[in-house]
Design a protein around this ligand. Sequence first.
Ligand code: DAH
Length: 498
Amino acid sequence: MLQLSTCSRSTFLALPAGIRSLLKPQTLALGRRYRSEDTSRRPLIIDGRSYPTDAWTNIPPPILDHYGRKLHVQPNHPLSITRKLIESCFPEFQHHNALSGVVTVDQNFNSLGFAADHPGRSRTDTYYINKDTLLRTHTSAHEVDVFRSNTSNGYTIAADVYRRDAVDRTHYPAFHQMEGALTWDRNHFKTTDDFLHHLSSALANFKPPNVEVEDANPPFHPERNPPQEKHHSPEEAELVGAHLKRSLEHMVVTIFTEADKALQSSGLELTAEDKDPLKVRWVESFFPHTSPSWEMEVWWRGDWLEVLGCGVIEQPLLIRSDVPSRVGWAFGLGLERLAMLLFGIPDIRLFWSKDSRFLSQFDENKPIRRFQPFSKYPAAPRDVAFWLPKSGPVVAETPAATSTAPSPAGGKQTEPTLDTAPAFHENDLMEVVRSTAGDSVEDVTCIDNFKHPKTGRQSLCYRVTYRSLEKTLTNEEANSLHEQIRQELVTRFGVELR
Ligand code: DAH
């Protein structure tokens, strides 16, 4: 059974709504007069451009402070080093690293075939500039544009992406993704057989990857994850899928060999698991833009880790991109996750650090070395417990059917009214914490949740762990941040503190 804690964000976002709602932290109904994060309706200035705002706007200023840092191209930054390592696995590809993070709902969702009620579209998950425009939630937002430009068979895209999410050591609302795709133009071959022959010899040219691969190749779910029989012959689907798997196996071997070398030379005491040989396995997955889809997991230091999502590109997507004769595969991964493994970086907030004790440890011209943590400052945990207000409409997990989420292209989109009281979503609390305490918070966890048997009222308790990466927080500082968060919860959500 998949669990939220073991399910990466990308996987989670890609799951069908039904499955996702089983995994999602509860959404709680809360009777409040909804106050949007930005009610001022002043335009937002992003990268020097002005964007009108509306009732959809939900980007708090700290998020915009991260926009434009371009860590994935900052010289000697671990994210940039990781990106370059991946690019080196695809030397003939075109590498796109400067695409704007402001995209349309169309680019981010509709063009990729996201269902109208896909949870990723909701305002609880996505940062909207206005009802038509948002901060991209994934690099796939550029797929159609890049396919349409039709300037190369293969490409990678690396970029900053934004999602409202949990607060912990592996999640941050601004992070980086990288994706790649390879397509072949069937019109470049005289016959179908010529094309199949080309694919087979490309496959035969792969050296066997230096890794044990568990690929049971299970039958795929006939509805959720079928081969695209209408568009691809069985042989074509099989060969494109096999080419995808071999290409990505080679890529992870390159990355994890570097990680392994860094670990071996780190002077750390290695456990038996650290000496385990690398293993890879392929697991069925779901993405709106690929079918069939897989996830690659890698056995690393005693755990199976999800490393990437991928699949055979949905042919309707290539048709929409005006390259109907092309067929191919695509993959996407989170750069922070790989960089954390490669360098042994323990906390995702560190990537944004301007502290020279962090930045001076990375050199793109030298072999990868493990990060040496500078002294860890003490944690200051504080709990906040509150009753949710009694009344209020119950709002479904995916508010797409309500007035708070965008509809697909061409659909009628209703403006959310500020009288609507949407569900209290855990992500709203995360946003309050981030907006108030910023990078001084390491983790926010729900530690208690109960319903009073008589009154039916619901009480929640969250533990907020304060810990700066750069200094010791005094008691007074932690208390003051905590008090601000408590008051903000009352003002914004009408909760009753306990
Ligand atoms: N866009 C996906 C996400 O963020 C990741 C992904 C999966 C990208 C499969 C791809 C792909 O290009 O083929 O959840």
